[in-house]
Design a protein around this ligand. Sequence first.
Ligand code: GLU
Length: 369
Amino acid sequence: MPRRELLRNVRRIVVKIGTSLITEKGLISRKKIMRLVSDIADLRKRGYEIVVVSSGAISAGCGVLQKDRRFMSIPEKQAAAAIGQILLMNEYRACFKKKGYEIGQILLTEDDVKNRRRFLNSRHTMNTLIEMGVIPVVNENDSVAVKEIKFGDNDTLSAHVANIVQADLLILLSDVDGFYMDLADPHPVDEIHKIDEEILSRAGDSESIHGTGGMLTKLRAADIIIKSGEKMIIANGNVAGVLGRIMNGEKIGTIFVGKESPLKGKKRWIAFSANARGSLIIDEGAVRALVERKKSLLATGIISSDGKYDLGDAVEIKAPDGTAIGKGIVNYSSEEIEKIKGKKTNEIRLLLGQSFFEEVINRDNLILY
Ligand code: GLU
């Protein structure tokens, strides 16, 4: 499909900028940032709403410390991020200011998007900044994030940010021209609709000495965006006027096109962010009710429960053979489920009285894999 057609309804864009695009010999380059900021400001003036996700904090910090990130421990990298994030934002602020825009800094960890309240809070903040005409600039909160609560790379982070702000398009700018099926063929694939094993096997991932992401992390981001029903483009940020040209419909880089029946609002959060605190094994009848008849999950279909969870937590739903078939938000705690599993609605009413819900997981709070 022509790009212009694909991008016709795009209003809100997340632009992710890789470290290599804004550093020169390991140091933050104002000239390089200015070039991209000019591009972004031009899009803003054309009416697009923009959120920037920028890497570069660790590199900027390494520049100050005169250390090579490849030989640094994790706490040293965290310290470098603490030093570098200020420099990075100073540069963005100076550059956007020249173009007449203020910026706002948002630092996130994976923990922030897993927690529904914090996820929504960050959405409200970013929406408010956008309404104020301010450009949100997001990075991972590297100085507090350890492995368990970390995205680890800004490609993944930017796909989550796209979900947080409900962006129509994510543009990943780095120093690659797009996704290649065959590295010997110098043309990037134009359009991709599904991330399958074949595509993943061509990723040929490599960590650059600057940033963390490679093609694999970009494809993972694309998978989230495709399943969310939005669009993503991988393009080379060194191409002059790249953002404007993309939005003019030029065939630049690779576009990933989302499903036609996208996951809506809360379901997206359940699918990509919510951490399952336990699991429910359900019987064949309940599996059919969920998969074929698109029903909610009732207690009567539950065989067993695992883990400790509360009302409002996410749990994984499993078929009798243990295969995970979906995820959903439960209306009962694990203790209550122990009491009501396998029971009919009127028995549960007698058992639980006031705190009675018809469904264990309502259809609106449930996704199937
Ligand atoms: N958050 C890291 C930084 O600002 C970059 C992660 C990445 O390169 O993907 O340095």
